[in-house]
Write a protein that binds this ligand. Structure first.
Ligand code: HEM
Length: 299
């Protein structure tokens, strides 16, 4: 199996930067490859970087290795409870210890890319104490670790793109005033865990509409695990979660999102969607190191 891009699992940096590009229509495949290779070479050696592609872009640079399951993100839900689609072509995730070095690296990466692509979105994610989100809950408690994380995140041998990973990114904006106005026990029912210690609620105390109830899914005996690397973003006026997760199969995201947005068979929605609104949504493919190198090599 191919070697996954190291930054997927290497989880040490406190500061993260996300760049989303749309490829220029006029750019040729060779020109795009060259610009991406030059951008990769600009990442300082002490920094992790993950490069991922939307379906159309991956087909443009590596047409013989596009996983059939890779689709563009489509809106999910209806009315006010809708996850919007903002699918673009190239997603780059940089991880560093300080904001200055990180932004300098992002600027360096952007220079060669700007010839073939337009930067359409950027965000700065950062770790908060105890990995708590702005809403105050610990994020990542039930995340798989070690081999279980690899199994959840990586395309297995035998499928197209082994060692690669399907990626979901969604920027969420919280309504903190509304959430903080809820009594503690109700907040805990929204998430499905206690706030102080992140202990999972049990039995009757666990609402069917809690976030944990909607995302902890088993299909035909198989746990639909994903590997999450989300982080808070923002400041005083606006803030939320930059949701970022990796999966061995894109359908795992679809199943969880359908259950969150009330379009699964039981019609229930995730109460998190009452207090937080996704404002972006995209699916990407993060190829293995080998596939990425092959895709960016001159032809
Ligand atoms: C505003 C958006 C979100 C917030 C604030 C949030 C926060 C949390 C928190 C606090 C937990 C419990 C602790 C943990 O196990 O990490 C959790 C669990 C989880 N979340 Fe989210 N999350 C959000 C969006 C999403 C989305 C969009 C997905 C999937 C598409 C997702 C998938 C999961 C999964 C799979 C778990 C673990 C469930 C389990 O097995 O117990 N989350 N999230």
């Amino acid at each position: 199996m191919g070697k996954p891009q190291a930054g997927i699992f290497h989880d040490e940096a406190d500061h993260h930067y996300y760049l989303e590009y749309r490829l220029r229509e006029a750019a040729g495949a060779d020109e795009i490859r060259e610009a991406l290779a030059a951008a990769r070479a600009c990442v300082p050696p002490e920094m992790d970087a993950v490069f991922a592609f939307g379906r159309r872009a991956w087909a443009r640079v590596h047409s013989d290795a596009v996983p059939p399951a890779l689709v563009d993100f489509e809106p999910i839900g209806s009315g006010a409870r809708t996850a919007p689609a903002t699918q673009r072509d190239v997603w780059i995730w940089l991880q560093g210890d300080g904001t200055e070095a990180l932004v300098d690296a992002a600027l360096a990466v952007d220079r060669p890319l700007s010839a073939v692509a337009v930067l359409e979105d950027e965000e700065h994610g950062f770790r908060r104490a105890e990995k708590r989100g702005f809403e105050g809950f610990i994020d990542g408690t039930e995340n798989p670790q070690g081999e279980a994380a690899r199994a959840a995140a990586l395309v297995p041998e035998g499928d197209v793109g082994p060692g690669g990973s399907f990626v979901l990114t969604q920027r969420w904006v919280h309504d903190l005033h509304a959430f903080e106005a809820l009594p503690l026990a109700v907040q805990e029912g929204v998430i499905g865990r206690t706030k102080a210690e992140s202990v999972e609620l049990e039995g009757d105390a666990m609402p069917a509409t809690s976030h944990v109830s909607r995302t902890d899914v088993v299909v035909e005996g198989v746990k639909q695990k994903i590997f999450r690397r989300s982080l808070p973003w923002g400041g005083v006026a606006k803030q939320g979660l930059y949701f970022l997760a990796f999966a061995c199969a894109l359908s795992r995201f679809e199943i969880q999102l359908e259950r969150m947005y009330g379009v699964a068979e039981d019609g229930l929605h995730d109460r998190v969607t009452e207090f937080s609104q996704a404002v972006s949504g995209a699916y990407w493919f993060a190829p293995s190191e080998e596939e990425l190198a092959a895709a960016l090599a001159a032809r």
